[in-house]
Design a protein around this ligand. Structure first.
Ligand code: PGA
Length: 235
């Protein structure tokens, strides 16, 4: 695990975007695993800037996102589908049919999970997976538990995650309680992983991820077993 502490959020965003840009330049047909949340927003802004400067080309890139709320349509402003279009996809030259997320509106969630897993396989796997981390150590919606979920699955959100996410929903608006998420196995099969974290509320999870025992109680700790992980963080 390569761990890099940077001075502030702007450097975190720039450094992370540089690593993703390098991946795209090395392989213009890269499959990128992407994440939502507030942490990657700066990274996406930097990638948009690099694309506008003509330094990176998304024409051959395919993306697969980590997760999506179950029960939210893609047009809902809090859906991850909507987030990705707002924060990245609509600003760069990526083909709409090359951007993938689990469908939050699939009637048969299990079938949707299988479809998503098969899609990633068909794409040849993920070259670089970008990850945020929850303050409880979750990655994607793999919450602390008794085991590491191997595959994309439907999952209940924990109280902690519900609390953290409720800030994005209006008063009285129902916060989704379930999500479809790549599994820990799906994430571990990515050829490289870039985990980013910003702020003091991630300190505990980050410390356990880097230095703690590998345990499903801190899902991100499993990344210690991955051969190519870069962690970039700031206080
Ligand atoms: P955040 O979320 O970037 O909004 O802090 C990260 C996560 O919960 O995975």
């Amino acid at each position: 695990m390569k761990v890099l502490k940077v001075s502030d959020y702007a450097s975190l965003s720039k450094k992370s975007a540089t690593l993703i840009a390098a991946q795209i330049i090395r392989n213009p047909g890269s499959v990128l695993g992407l994440a939502t949340g507030s942490t990657p927003e700066g990274v996406y802004a930097e990638l948009i800037a690099l694309n506008k400067q003509g330094l990176i080309d998304f024409a051959g890139v395919t993306t697969v996102n980590l997760d999506e709320y179950y029960g939210l349509p893609g047009e809902h402003p809090q859906s991850y589908d909507y987030f990705m279009r707002q924060k990245l996809f609509s600003h760069v030259n990526i083909a709409a049919d090359c951007t993938h997320l689990p469908s939050g509106m699939a009637t048969d969630a299990e079938k949707e999970c299988r479809r998503y897993e098969q899609l990633i396989d068909r794409l040849g796997g993920i070259d670089l997976q970008l990850l945020g981390i929850g303050r409880n150590g979750h990655v994607g919606f793999n919450e602390p538990g008794k085991s590491f979920p191997p595959l994309t699955h439907l999952t209940d959100l924990t109280e902690d995650t519900l609390g953290a996410n409720s800030r994005f929903f209006g008063p009285g608006e129902k916060v989704p309680t379930q999500a479809i998420s790549m599994g820990i196995g799906t994430i571990m099969r990515a050829r490289s992983v870039l985990l980013i974290a910003s702020g003091p509320d991630k300190k505990w999870a980050l410390d356990k991820t880097i230095n703690g025992p590998v345990t499903p109680q801190v899902p991100a700790s499993v990344l210690q077993y991955h051969p190519d992980v870069t962690v970039i963080y700031c206080d």
